[in-house]
Design a protein around this ligand. Structure first.
Ligand SMILES: [Zn+2]
Length: 68
């Protein structure tokens, strides 16, 4: 299968690089709150930018907080 974030071949839903960013986001936001987000696909472009070093996990978390 392919990484849902960046599209590279991956054994899991997320490749190692994107998976690390996603894990950081979930840790920061908290599992409970994360599970309330129905569709997190809209943050994937931002996740990709974190993986590239253009954004930080904190930026995404702030973005999620504004959505609340
Ligand atoms: Zn990826």
């Amino acid at each position: 299968m392919k990484c849902v974030v960046c599209g590279v071949e991956s054994e899991n839903r997320y490749c190692a690089r994107c998976g690390r960013v996603m894990a950081d986001i979930v840790n920061t936001v908290g599992e409970e709150r994360w599970n309330k987000i129905d569709d997190c696909a809209y943050i994937y472009p931002s996740v990709l930018r974190v993986a590239r070093g253009e954004l930080t996990v904190t930026d995404i978390v702030q973005f999620l907080e504004e959505e609340d």
